[in-house]
Design a protein around this ligand. Structure first.
Ligand SMILES: Nc1nc2c(ncn2[C@@H]2O[C@H](COP(=O)(O)OP(=O)(O)OP(=O)(O)O)[C@@H](O)[C@H]2O)c(=O)[nH]1
Ligand SMILES: [Mg+2]
Length: 324
């Protein structure tokens, strides 16, 4: 199962304490207590592995190392090690303590979440003309500690949407090495699946039904995985009695979820065309034309049809490369 949301506690390391100590060398008596080391900080780093949040699942607290105590002879304590947590690109870190959000967009992007505490000063720092034997030192400073909700909003390029059983998973499997479960019943897909088609990431999401926005079927929360794709592939099955109604039902749910979904570039596919006869197919194409939409015919058993989908994807990939 793909973990796409997790709340963890992030604790940077506290600073090391300064110490009180005096030089043991008789010629150079005086304070020589070192300062504490800096506490380690906690960073997030963006990685391409979309399952990266899975490995955080069994741990609740993520701690960086504390700074070490100051030492004798003016030696400062060692700094604590930083901790770097791997998160998939497209993860938003919601800091529940400070109520601020940050999104990790680039692979390799390093983001400071919680800063380590400064080391306390040793007694060497409290010396003065009248303080030749200062007994004062400073404790290490506390570190930042936050509760953080990590939420993965995948940045796929193309989202596959439609009613259940229209062939979304079959298509992603045909085009990519995704291994999305396919079966002849509704709601086969329970979790979003990604597939990589050259430079593009395709997202297969569970089927939507009328009323999904009010919780029917599997609901619409999965739409967040295609919320930021630039393109939608909308599949309507040629097996359907009323493809226009199917189309409208999905559009309605999209709009209810987020108006912006309706402005995305959408390609319409009439899928499973091999399951109907020519006459019926023509009728359905004409019906869809009334929506001012031209449907691309699709059957996973027709190499030419798959070729047309690939052409569309190639054009999308070219566009992407031009604009990025
Ligand atoms: N004949 C034919 N069958 C297809 C085609 N595409 C998909 N199917 C079949 O239709 C059924 C449903 O396919 P899926 O790919 O699981 O459909 P889905 O849209 O992902 O369904 P959900 O995950 O439930 O939303 C399976 O039995 C597929 O083998 C097609 O082009 N032609
Ligand atoms: Mg499916």
């Amino acid at each position: 199962m793909l973990v796409d949301e997790i709340t963890i506690r992030i604790e940077a390391g506290k600073g090391g304490d300064g110490i009180v100590s005096f030089n043991k060398n008789k010629m150079t008596l005086g304070p020589a207590g070192g300062s504490g080391g800096l506490g380690g900080s906690v960073y997030l780093i963006g990685v391409s592995d979309l399952g990266a949040l899975n490995s955080l699942r069994n741990q609740k607290v993520f701690k960086a190392e504390a700074g070490q105590r100051g030492r004798h002879q003016l030696n400062d304590g060692n700094d604590g090690e930083d901790l770097t947590i791997r998160v998939p690109v497209g993860t938003v870190a919601h800091n529940l303590t400070t109520k601020t959000d940050h999104e990790i967009i680039q692979i390799g992007e390093r983001y400071l979440v919680a800063k380590g505490g400064k080391g306390g000063k040793g007694n060497f720092h409290f010396r003065g003309p009248h303080h030749t034997t200062p007994m004062k030192y400073q404790k290490g400073l506390p570190a930042e500690i936050f509760n953080v909700r990590l939420e993965l909003k995948m940045i796929a390029d193309v989202g596959l949407i439609g009613l259940p059983n229209v062939g979304k998973s079959s298509l992603i499997n045909e085009l990519t090495r995704a291994n999305s479960k396919v079966a002849n019943y509704p709601f086969t897909t329970l979790e979003p699946h990604l597939g990589v088609y050259y430079d593009l990431i395709l997202a297969d999401i569970p089927g939507l039904i009328e009323g999904a926005s009010t919780g029917r079927g599997l609901g619409i929360k999965f739409l967040r995985h295609v919320e930021r794709t630039r393109v939608l592939f909308h599949l309507v099955s040629a097996e359907s009695e009323d493809p226009v109604a199917d189309y409208k039902a999905i559009r309605k749910e999209l709009g209810t979820y987020n108006e912006g979904m309706l402005d995305k570039k959408e390609f319409l596919f009439l899928s499973k065309t091999d399951l109907t006869n020519q006459k019926d197919l023509k009728k359905k194409i004409t019906q869809l034309k009334k929506l001012n939409r031209t449907a691309t015919l699709l059957s996973i058993h027709d190499t030419d049809a798959i070729g047309s989908v690939q052409k569309i994807l190639n054009a999308i990939a070219e566009q992407k490369n031009v604009s990025s």
